[in-house]
Ligand binder design. Structure first.
Ligand code: ZN
Length: 71
């Protein structure tokens, strides 16, 4: 199966994904940083585990994250 890197998003096991399709890795990183700040403002030790990840799509539109794509 061939996957093409189509866009970026953010994902963390606890926080989940932001649901955005970021065009650049820089934009995804910025989004993750904003989420970290938003969580930090909540206090009580809350933090965000979101990280920028690449989204790879095959010809059927099936999407996988960086860590799920065998390369
Ligand atoms: Zn985002």
């Amino acid at each position: 199966m061939t996957y093409t890197l189509t866009h970026y998003t953010t994902h963390g096991p606890v926080r989940g994904s932001c649901g955005h399709a970021h065009k650049t890795l820089a934009a995804a990183r910025k989004c993750a940083a904003q989420d970290r700040r938003a969580c930090a403002r909540l206090g009580g030790g809350a933090y965000s585990d979101r990280q920028a990840v690449g989204i790879w799509t095959d010809k059927h539109g099936f999407e996988r994250r960086d860590n799920e794509v065998a390369r």
